[in-house]
Design a binder for this molecule. Structure first.
Ligand code: ADP
Length: 252
């Protein structure tokens, strides 16, 4: 959240109700997902979402390093989220800072909750997320990329994991905040949804929302996740040249 004088705050919602990039309140930024973007990884995905560019690579299930983290009855999911030094306007100091560690942890926990970890005891599923270009919502882009990469690696999962941030900007609840909205807005709430069950496996909040605003934001985020889910499934169909109807859409 930025703490600057009012004169420095850009007009975030115009008189026509449109946002700084012309979107409506409930509109997502354009998204493109390429499943299997890397040859060396067991699974991978590249997500271009607005001005975000995020690559995810998955290795495993494989031997656990360090060894003492090994679990006898299930696989562990280890995640490293990293922002490239050139991913932001002012060069970011390279390496894992506290923010990257926190994001790595919440993403690993979200992914672990959808992977059938019991099928691979004493192994590690390693997920690397590299943010090449950042414009707010990179943890959500990371979750989307990582879950498509897990599917691409053939790792059994309950479901894919669409993710998006909702927030409050100039008094309006909006979907999928971009950088200026994140910096100068009143609230930012990233979430990740298991679409088939409706379970939220990631929910964070920076700023403040009233109870009613929270409910509106949640509904908007769930709807956004459902749209993103479609794009994720299509990316996997394109990768494996699958045509025809989608069995997971039956009865939805
Ligand atoms: P998210 O990317 O998930 O929204 P944050 O809310 O922490 O995570 O960050 C919002 C945005 O702020 C990032 O997407 C990025 O554009 C920018 N940002 C984050 N960390 C840095 C940094 N160290 N230097 C410059 N910009 C940053």
């Amino acid at each position: 959240m930025g703490s600057v004088g009012a004169k420095d705050v850009p007009v975030l919602i115009g008189e026509d109700g449109r946002r700084i990039d012309g979107r409506r309140a409930d509109e997502l930024r354009p998204m493109k997902i390429t499943a299997g973007a890397l040859h060396q990884a067991d699974g991978s995905a590249f997500v271009e979402w607005g001005m975000n560019k995020v690559m995810a690579a998955v290795y495993g299930p494989r031997e656990v390093h360090p060894r003492h983290l090994q679990e006898n009855n299930k696989a562990i999911v280890q995640c490293r989220y990293n922002m490239a030094a050139f991913s932001v306007d002012e060069r970011k100091r390279p390496g894992l800072d506290r923010r990257s560690q926190e994001i790595s942890k919440v993403i690993a926990e979200a992914l672990e909750s959808v992977v059938f970890a019991e099928e691979y005891p004493r192994t590690s599923i390693d997920v690397y997320i590299e943010v090449l270009q950042a414009n707010a919502g990179t943890r959500c882009a990371g979750v989307v990329a990582a879950s498509v990469a897990l599917a691409d690696a053939g790792i059994p999962m309950v479901d894919l994991l669409p993710s998006v941030a909702v927030g409050k900007v100039a008094g309006h609840i909006v979907l999928d905040l971009k950088k200026e909205e994140d910096n100068f807005g009143e609230a930012d709430m990233p979430m990740a949804l298991v679409p088939q069950s409706g379970r939220l496996v990631l929910l964070q909040m920076e700023g403040r929302l009233s109870k009613a605003e929270f409910a509106t934001a949640l509904d908007m985020g769930v709807a956004g996740c459902k749209t993103i889910y479609g794009t994720m499934k299509q990316a996997l169909r394109d990768r494996y040249n699958v045509t025809g109807s989608d069995p997971t859409e039956a009865g939805q």
